[in-house]
Design a binder for this molecule. Structure first.
Ligand code: DX5
Ligand code: ZN
Length: 230
């Protein structure tokens, strides 16, 4: 299925919970993916870290390609790396449907977002808690998705930073409806409803799924709360 179809699928499914593959059992990746599929998730969020842009290292192209071979779910690849422009075509060729770069990792995100779209994936732009919405204004027309970080990137299990809520509201007011809004970091049963109410459509969840016994129950509860606009 094309990335455009996957983007449309995610948009239609929103608000959708996307499990972040950082705290999962990498020793049993296929089993984890099957359990997540059975739990009804609408996509997978892949946390790629290089140990330079963020103080942690995770995985790269081989794992993205392996996951592409394991599932038809949309792959939402979060590049927490420096110089992402050097790897765009390889990550798209490995099977990324959405490829998200960090505004803080490049001088100008516009050419890299164009590069992602030309390569055939959805172009995502992420901003960390200290980064303003105003600072990415010029890049918004080139975004298929904006990822508002509610933690500093690098680790799962951190606490939700409420600064993300104001940014989500501001972005929802500015962005055309077809542009997806995603939130990532500290999203759990206590924080997800506020994210949905603020306009987030894709909610990335790590520890609130992978530190629970029953993925199906966690995903169902989180999805219900995500749509609970209060
Ligand atoms: C952090 C990652 C997040 C993180 C989410 O750098 O981008 O996707 O894994 O994990 P939780 O939900 O536990 O904060
Ligand atoms: Zn992430």
């Amino acid at each position: 299925m094309s990335s455009a179809r996957h983007l449309a699928e995610l948009s239609a499914a929103s608000p959708a919970v996307l499990p972040s593959l950082l705290l999962c059992d990498f020793g049993n990746l296929e089993r984890e993916v099957r359990q997540l599929e059975e739990a009804g998730v609408k996509g997978l969020h892949l946390d790629v870290m290089d140990g330079h842009f963020v103080p942690n290292m995770t995985y790269g192209l081989p794992i993205v390609a392996a996951l592409r071979g394991l599932t038809d779910l949309p792959l939402d690849v979060h590049l927490m790396i420096s110089n992402p422009q050097q790897y765009v075509s390889q990550f798209v060729d490995a099977g990324s449907d959405i490829l998200t770069i960090h505004a803080e990792a490049v001088d100008d995100p516009c050419p890299v977002l164009e590069q992602i779209r030309t390569a055939g994936a959805g172009a995502g732009l992420a901003i960390n808690p200290p980064t303003s919405v105003e600072s990415i204004e010029a890049a918004l027309p080139l975004c298929d998705m904006v990822l508002v970080m509610s933690v500093m990137p690098g680790f799962g299990g951190q606490s939700f930073d409420e600064v993300a809520l104001e940014k989500l509201k501001a972005l929802r007011a500015r962005l055309p409806d077809h542009v997806l809004l995603e939130v990532d970091g500290g999203v759990n049963e206590e924080t997800i409803a506020a994210c949905g109410a603020a306009g987030a459509q894709l909610m990335v969840v790590g520890s609130a799924i992978f530190r629970q016994e029953d993925y199906t129950a966690s995903v169902a509860k989180l999805t219900q709360l995500a749509g609970d606009k209060g």
